[in-house]
Write a protein that binds this ligand. Sequence first.
Ligand code: ACM
Length: 264
Amino acid sequence: MRVAYVQMEPAFLEPDRNYSRVERLVKKARGEGAELVVLPELFDTGYNFQSRSEVEEVAGEIPDGPTTEFLVELARGEGVFIVAGTAEKDERGNLYNSAVIVGPIGWGYIGKYRKIHLFDREKLFFKPGNLGFHVFNIGIAKVGVMICFDWFFPESARTLALKGAEVIAHPSNLVMPYAPRAMPIRALENRVYTVTANRIGEERGLKFIGKSTIASPTAEVLAMGSEDREEVAVVEVDLSLARDKRINERNDIFKDRRPRYYVL
Ligand code: ACM
């Protein structure tokens, strides 16, 4: 199957502009055969909020808000699965840094993930995710979802892989330089593909590093974005590699785990 990232610069607090930008970039990825497209974290709103009320103005319910509706329409029109980061406001007014997964006709809205490990000032506005790590079986692949800083906690990717993820979709707004180096290792130690879709640009003095990354179960970097351009990358992946946890005749990295020695 073909997986893709969309690397873009969201217009801050302007969801409508971001919808049109994403429409163009997803069409481009689809034109190159992408079946699963990953968009950045908070692609619809931008990232560097100053106040809770600023987030509240642009956050929407999932699935009944405008961003999920936009994504469902786009996925239907293009016949593609999409994982995208978005600001969520639940029915009680709680805010979450979330991601949604949507698909073509017959799928529509599939599910959501709420970021579990909040980074820095996100803690001022968002509640930590309370839905756990989840793997979505979309027929052509089993897709685990985590968001940006979750990568720093190896337990995130490990949990998704143990739950059967073959591909980890990783919407991001990276500001530290490490993830493009670390994600191939997350892919290797779990024998999965990872698709990190990062943003570019600067918001109120905060600079985002680009370098969106697709990594293979053998730690190869199959695609890496620039630091400063909007672009898509589409890569053919062989999921049988991700399903096979054997690395030689005697080692299966999941069967060889010794969880009884991993407790404190
Ligand atoms: C991040 O989690 N957006 C750094």
